[in-house]
Design a protein around this ligand. Structure first.
Ligand SMILES: NC(=O)C1=CN([C@@H]2O[C@H](COP(=O)(O)OP(=O)(O)OC[C@H]3O[C@@H](n4cnc5c(N)ncnc54)[C@H](OP(=O)(O)O)[C@@H]3O)[C@@H](O)[C@H]2O)C=CC1
Ligand SMILES: O=C(CO)[C@H](O)[C@H](O)COP(=O)(O)O
Length: 499
């Protein structure tokens, strides 16, 4: 581990991530100055921070002048951490902070940011001699407090200076910090974006399993918590963060009154639709732009978009006579129920794997396109702890794949992955079939099944699509007799109907 170069840090943004990272850095003996353009955020957060351990290391600021001065004398290089909303809020803050920045200062942008914004800011800051690191921080606010998984990207000499700081505060796995130099430019934010894309897919899959158990099989929430706990204890879903917190969420009772808290929660995910988070949208956009098939991730996204529009959903529900509501099922025999739950566990794993494969293929593609040299094995390593997509079995599998083939572009083609898919796809198919009969919502599981099916399609009906495209668009085609061929326009055209 390298030596720490900074002992002070200026955090901009006293929201849930920023304030918890203030405590994290304070625990690691950094002098922390926390600033927010909205002074009421400091008024609200500081008293709370001051009640915590090591709070003597934290001071709050409401104006840039005092904030920057608190970090040292004029010629002392300063380290800043942004924890603010992506896009124009981060641009506004950077513009206001800019007059105070000096050569040698470094900004760690710890928000979820569009990688091209990070690259633009890197160029702007470079002109002033200021380093700018686009830095993914994963694990939500609990890990921000205890140690997150961190994916920094930027210029090598700047990364060199901040790695000792990040190694100190990152989550640890087997004695190693869950942080690595991802690569140049916006690669750090890009990898975090894909992490959130994978997360989106996994969240989608698990919410489908939850509905099948809760609504279709009428499993009560305490029993459901036990099922998820069991899944998290052994087998392919062992030590999977989202399954573990899923069990806690099912079991949680209301703080007042009786009953489970979950029963009161509305069925809307709005953070994509209201633009407060961008990573989901960008992952979908990037998968399309880079020509990487990622249907688990994209289906999860479009499902979330539809979930946000509850008003429209209710209207449409009435219009089609409730045909789309998940139905209660009575699996007569206990063994039949147990068998279904076991199939469901395998199906969840198989679809989680689909989400991971799609995400890793996207990183591989973009890293090659951009010449970033991202080490996929390292991405998996830093996602082992302090992170939302933590999943031990999948990480073991993929680390091994990336160890053996560092340049792999499509992880489906790794023997180990293919054999896992072959082994668990029948369970996924059984679950999709049953769930379809039961009118359960399965956008991600069904998309994952289709993904594996068409990625392994020896004779796709795309031959018919290709003919149609040639009919009306003269797009031309390859002939079967010409073999697999390249990914490029074919050389044959038929004049199906003269114009
Ligand atoms: N929550 C999470 O689990 C994670 C979040 N992130 C990312 O970390 C960043 C912070 O997230 P989080 O703490 O959850 O969000 P919060 O909403 O709690 O905090 C966001 C902060 O940004 C400030 N802000 C918003 N708009 C502006 C603006 N125009 N100018 C200056 N400041 C502004 C907010 O101030 P105000 O309250 O006045 O709006 C607030 O201080 C985001 O980029 C998020 O994507 C990353 C990993 C996990
Ligand atoms: O970055 C995160 C975790 O890693 C945040 O929790 C973020 O809110 C997740 O949002 P999304 O599912 O929309 O990507």
């Amino acid at each position: 581990m390298s030596k720490t170069t900074f002992s002070k840090i200026g955090i901009v943004g006293a929201g849930s991530m920023g304030s918890n990272m203030a405590l994290l850095f304070a625990d690691h003996d950094f002098q922390v100055s926390i600033f927010d353009v909205n002074s009421s955020n400091i008024d609200e957060t500081l008293p709370h921070l001051k009640k915590q351990k090591n709070s003597q290391n934290i001071s709050g600021y409401k104006d840039y002048d005092k904030f920057v001065s608190s970090l040292g004398s004029n010629n002392e290089p300063k380290l800043f951490l942004f924890s603010i909303t992506h896009g124009s809020p981060a641009d506004e803050v950077l513009k206001s902070l800019s007059p105070y920045l000096k050569k040698g200062d470094i900004i760690l942008d710890g928000g979820n940011e569009w990688y091209l914004n990070s690259e633009r800011r890197q160029r702007e800051m470079k002109e002033k001699g200021v380093g700018y690191i686009g830095m993914g921080v994963s694990g939500g606010y609990q890990s921000a407090r205890r140690g997150p998984s961190i994916s920094p990207g930027g210029e090598e000499d700047v990364l060199e200076k901040v790695m000792p700081v990040l190694e100190k505060v990152a989550a640890q796995w087997k004695g190693k910090p869950c942080v690595t130099r991802i690569g140049p430019g916006g690669s750090g934010h890009y990898v975090k974006m894909v992490h959130n894309g994978i997360e989106q897919g996994m969240l989608g899959v698990l919410n489908e399993a939850w509905e099948l158990l809760f609504k279709c099989l009428s499993t009560n929430l305490d029993e459901l918590a036990k099922i998820f706990e069991g899944w998290n204890e052994a087998g392919e879903l062992k030590n999977t963060f989202l399954v573990r917190i899923g069990a806690e969420i099912c079991a949680r009772k209301k703080p007042t009154g009786t009953g489970h808290l979950l029963n009161d929660i509305q069925d809307k995910v709005v953070q994509d639709a209201d633009n407060s988070e961008g990573t989901g949208v960008w992952s979908v956009q990037e998968a399309a732009l880079r020509h990487v098939s990622a249907p688990t991730i994209t289906s999860a996204h479009f499902y979330r978009i539809a979930s946000a529009a509850r008003g429209e959903r209710l209207q449409f529900f009435d219009m089609i006579g409730g045909a789309a509501a998940a139905k209660k099922q009575h699996l007569e025999k206990n063994e039949e129920r147990a068998e279904f739950i076991e199939d469901l566990r395998e199906a969840v794993y198989c679809a989680f794997l689909a989400s991971y494969c799609q995400g890793m293929n996207l990183i591989a593609r973009t890293s090659k396109d951009e010449g970033w040299g991202v080490k996929l094995k390292e991405c998996i390593r830093i996602w082992r702890a302090g992170c939302i997509i933590e999943s031990e079995y999948i990480a073991d599998l993929l680390e091994d794949v990336f160890e053996k083939d560092k340049g792999i572009m499509n992880v489906l083609l790794a023997e180990k992955i293919a054999s896992e898919i072959q082994r668990t796809m029948p369970a996924l198919k059984k679950v999709v079939l049953r769930a379809t009969e039961w009118d359960a919502h399965i956008p991600c599981m069904s998309a994952s099944l289709e993904y594996f099916k068409y990625c392994a399609g020896k004779h796709l009906p795309a031959m018919f699509m290709e003919a149609q495209l040639d009919y009306f668009g003269a797009h031309s085609y390859d002939l079967k007799s010409e073999g697999a061929g390249e990914v490029k326009k074919g050389s044959h055209h038929t004049e199906w109907q003269p114009a």
